[in-house]
Design a protein around this ligand. Sequence first.
Ligand code: CIR
Length: 259
Amino acid sequence: MFAQFTRAILRLPGKRFADGLTSASEGAPQLPKALSQHAAYARALEDLGLTIEVLPADEHYPDGTFVEDAAIVTPHGAIITRPGAASRAGETAAIETALTPYYASLAHITAPGTVDGGDICETDSVVLIGISARTNEAGAHQLSRLLADIGFKSRIIDVRTCAQLLHFKTGISSLGDGRLAVAPGLPHLDGLEGFEQIVLHPSEAYAANCIRVNDRIVIPTGCPRFEEQLSRLGYTPVALDMSEFKKMDGGLSCLSLRF
Ligand code: CIR
């Protein structure tokens, strides 16, 4: 229900990109390399038929390039989130301005609810809402009601005990066609029933954050086993180098709002 996109909103990483939140121990990201990876990401989405709008960086928000966390965008309406990390709270204002031309009205998550878009996985049949360290129960229930108002079913899945997950989509992504890409260790999570699960090899767990864009699956480079799994299922993956964003706990889905 979400996989046909015509537009994407991105935001450039800024000079303070390396000051963002991270739990990774892979060293500091290099901004010139991050900018060139970001440009390649924008080009790839353009090649897949999307019109791209790239917002300027805001130096107040080192994590601002991870625009996915600031809104949930659907074909029937958009919802501005209330990010769970205090340092990211103000990121939503620029995203709300950017989305305003495309939506007649925008709904909002309100206190005490918190929601990060990285916890929201839109599949073809239902929206999976993860409760994590960033998305709380109040936020998840608000979002579920707001999605119901615009015609979407949702399921709330608590992933707070999955220590390896920053966000739900760190470990689970929709491939479309009733399939999920799932990081090893997660397949038995309650709430994933009814999906065919494509389980990643432990050495490629980072690729569990991948994106279906129109008829292609965009994955990180360096995941030959996953490429092979996808090819066998009939997909032609597009691989992008994400090394600098990975250092800041970011993945492919985080860098754009696709609608
Ligand atoms: C953060 O910790 O908030 C950022 N450094 C990374 C956010 C990644 N966003 C996402 O997975 N949707």
